[in-house]
Design a protein around this ligand. Structure first.
Ligand code: G3P
Length: 222
């Protein structure tokens, strides 16, 4: 399973990249706003900077919601860097735009997906990635992981090549469970990735190894 980081923070992207396990980045307008990035030119420059900080796909989301606007914005985003994947919302004009981008060889990520039917539409239009938001489903007492399982089954039934990109991940067990269910990608906040490193027995075991080594070295030095 590929690991993407879900942020527009260059600092966090660089930190995740330095771990050696990062395969890409996803952003959205809220994450860009959180970093104080606004205005078309600054936003485009920031995407180029992100592409320079990671070796992998970078999802850049369109703001337009009409077909003409999505197409023109998406084509511009795609021209910024070969690693840009145009992120398009799951709306009618979004799906039409995904079909247009697919025909032109522009890669897409269909976002704001909350049902298997929506995921089927995105795949039929040729989306490169589909982004089911599992945390937001959990937030409304619906099983987000069950949606990952359902989409995996449907895509496998028909050999649909759209990659399942589990999004809205909130904690490390979401990542592990997505891997068990066969998601192609998990896009995660940095703290969820870092939490995967942690286990009390690892910390206790390492402390003991080092203490024993110190003891043996001290005894040998006598
Ligand atoms: O980038 C899309 C998605 O990952 C958003 O996550 O935490 O805002 O539900 P969240």
């Amino acid at each position: 399973m590929k690991f993407f980081i879900d942020t527009a923070s260059l600092e966090q992207i660089r930190e995740a990249h330095s771990l050696g396990v990062l395969d890409g980045v996803t952003t959205n307008p809220s994450l860009m706003a959180k970093e104080g990035i606004s205005g078309t030119d600054r936003i485009y420059k920031h995407y180029v900077d992100i592409c320079g900080s990671v070796d992998g796909d970078v999802s850049a989301e369109v703001i337009a919601t009409d077909l003409k606007g999505i197409i023109s914005e998406g084509e511009h985003l795609a021209s910024l860097h070969p690693n840009i994947v145009v992120k398009v919302p799951m709306i009618r004009d979004g799906v039409k735009a995904i079909k247009h981008f697919t025909d032109k060889g522009i890669r897409t990520n269909c976002t704001l997906v909350f049902s298997a039917g929506q995921a089927l539409l995105a795949a039929k239009a040729g989306a490169t990635y589909v982004s089911p938001f599992i945390g937001r489903l959990d937030d409304v007492s619906t099983d987000g992981l069950a949606l990952i399982e359902q989409i995996r089954l449907i895509y496998d039934n028909y050999g649909l090549e759209t990659q399942v990109l589990a999004a809205s991940i909130r904690h490390p067990m979401h990542i592990v469970q997505c891997a068990e269910l066969g998601a192609d990608v998990a896009t995660c906040p940095l703290n969820a990735i870092l939490a995967l490193f942690e286990h009390p027995l690892t910390a206790i075991g390492l402390e003991k190894f080092l203490a024993d080594h110190r003891k043996a070295s001290a005894a040998a030095a006598k």
